[in-house]
Write a protein that binds this ligand. Structure first.
Ligand code: NAI
Ligand code: MG
Length: 353
C-alpha cells in the first residue's frame, strides 16, 4: 500500500461540497490500486479571512510544502473582494511552488448536450495549457492620485524568456503525446511588445518539435473559432489571462463549467502541485447540495496521474464518461435533478471492481 499525504483545502461555497465527492472517488479507486490518501485539512477560505483577516496563516505555505499534492475546492465569497481571496491564497501557492503550467482538459462527453451545435462527443477533446505564474497577472503596477480627478492605475504585464519557453515547451511535448497539433493564442496585432515576443518564443520552441503542427491565432478570432469549430483543436497554449478566459469558454462549450478540471503543475516536482476544478465557489447555488462534482472528480484523476498512476486516473475519467453515457443522472447545471451525492455515488458504483 502506498500512502500519499495530501493537503486538503475545501475553501468556500461549493468547494465544501465537491471536495468530499472527489475524495470519496479517490478512496474507491485507491482501494483497487493499493493507494491510500492521508489528508491534512486546512480551513483556508474567505470565512477564515472574515474571522482572522487572512486567507491562510503567515506560515501557511510552509505547512503544505512537503505534501505530495494539494487538493483545493474553490475560494471566493460575496463578502470578500475577489482579488483578496485570489491573491491571499491561490496565487501565492501557484507562485511559491513554481506551478507554472495550468493544465485544463476539456471534453464533450456522450450524453451531455453542448449549447454549441457542432460540439460533438468524441470530436471535442482538447487541453488548454495556461501560463500560471507571470504574464498579465502581475504585481507590478499601482495606483496614484487616489480620489482626485486624475486618478490612474497602471499594471505591467511580464513575459520572460524562461517563463514563456518552459510553458510552450511543455505544451509542444504534450502535443507529441496527443494528436500533434498546437494552437498558440496571441494578440500580436494589438499588444505590441509582449505578444510579438510571445510569438517569437513559440516559433523558437516549435523548431525543436518538428513533428508538431502549429498555428497562431489572435485571441479574439480564436474565441470565435472555439465556438464555431471546437473539434479542430488539440493543445491550445496561452498566456495567463488568455488561458483563463479560453478555459471557461471551452468548458461552457463542453456543456458546463462544473465539469472542467485543472492541475497547477510544478513539472520539475521540486514543490507539490495543486489540483482544483476550474469553477469557483458558485455562491448562487452553494449550500444546496446540487453542485456538479465532475470537475472536482476529474481533478482528482489528474492528481492521480501526476502521482504516477495513469491507469487509476483513466478508470476515473472512463467511469465519468460511462455514467454520463449510460444513465440519465445529471446535476442541475446539465438540466437534471441529481444531487452532488447521488451523482458521485453513481460514479463510485460504476468503477471497475
Ligand atoms: P463560478 O465558477 O463560481 O460560477 C459561475 C456559474 O457557474 C454560476 O452560475 C455557478 O452556479 C455555476 N457553476 C460553477 N461551478 C458549478 C458546478 N460545479 N456545478 C454547477 N454549477 C456550477 O464563478 P463566479 O460566479 O465568477 O465566481 C464566484 C466566486 O468564485 C467568486 O468569488 C470568484 O472569485 C471565485 N472563483 C474562484 C475560483 C477558484 O477558487 N479557483 C475560480 C473562479 C472563481
Ligand atoms: Mg478562471
Amino acid at each position: 500500500m502506498t500512502t500519499y499525504r495530501i493537503a486538503r483545502i475545501p475553501g468556500d461555497g461549493i468547494g465544501l461540497e465537491v471536495t468530499p465527492a472527489a475524495c470519496a472517488v479517490l478512496e474507491a479507486v485507491g482501494r483497487r490500486h493499493g493507494l491510500a490518501f492521508a489528508y491534512d485539512d486546512y480551513d483556508w477560505s474567505c470565512e477564515r479571512y472574515q474571522a482572522t483577516g487572512a486567507m491562510m496563516p503567515a506560515d501557511g505555505l510552509d505547512q503544505v510544502r512537503n505534501h505530495d499534492a494539494l487538493l483545493l475546492g474553490a475560494v471566493g465569497s460575496p463578502g470578500v473582494p475577489d482579488h483578496v481571496s485570489l491573491w491571499g491564497l491561490l496565487i501565492p501557492i501557484r507562485r511559491t511552488f513554481r506551478q507554472y503550467v495550468n493544465l485544463r482538459p476539456i471534453k464533450v462527453f456522450e450524453g451531455v448536450e453542448s449549447p454549441v451545435r457542432r460540439a460533438v462527443a468524441g470530436e471535442v477533446d482538447l487541453v488548454v495549457v495556461r501560463e500560471n505564474v507571470e504574464g498579465e497577472y502581475s504585481e507590478i503596477g499601482g495606483r496614484i492620485n487616489r480620489g482626485f480627478p486624475d486618478e490612474m492605475a497602471v499594471q505591467e504585464s511580464v513575459f520572460t524568456r524562461a517563463g514563456v519557453t518552459r510553458l510552450v515547451d511543455y505544451a509542444f511535448a504534450l502535443a507529441e503525446r496527443r494528436t500533434g497539433y498546437v494552437t498558440s493564442a496571441t494578440k500580436s496585432n494589438g499588444i505590441v511588445h509582449t505578444m510579438p515576443y510571445w510569438d517569437e518564443l513559440v516559433t523558437e520552441v516549435a523548431a525543436g518539435h518538428p513533428d508538431v503542427r502549429w498555428d497562431a491565432e489572435h485571441i479574439d478570432a480564436l474565441c470565435a473559432k472555439l465556438v464555431l469549430d471546437p473539434g479542430r483543436f488539440d493543445v491550445i497554449v496561452a498566456s495567463n489571462l488568455f488561458g483563463d478566459i479560453l478555459s471557461d469558454l471551452a468548458a461552457a462549450v463542453a456543456g458546463s463549467i462544473g465539469m472542467a478540471p485543472a492541475a497547477n503543475l510544478n513539472p520539475e516536482r521540486d514543490f507539490p502541485s495543486l489540483f482544483e476544478p476550474v469553477h469557483g465557489s458558485a455562491p448562487d447555488i452553494a449550500g444546496r447540495g446540487i453542485a456538479n462534482p465532475i470537475g472536482a472528480i476529474w481533478t482528482a484523476a489528474m492528481m492521480l496521474d501526476h502521482l504516477g498512476h495513469p491507469e487509476a486516473a483513466t478508470e476515473i475519467t472512463d467511469t465519468i464518461a460511462h455514467t454520463l453515457a449510460k444513465t440519465s443522472l445529471r446535476t442541475a447545471d446539465l438540466g437534471g435533478s441529481a444531487t452532488t451525492t447521488e451523482f458521485t455515488k453513481a460514479v463510485i458504483d460504476r468503477l471497475p471492481r
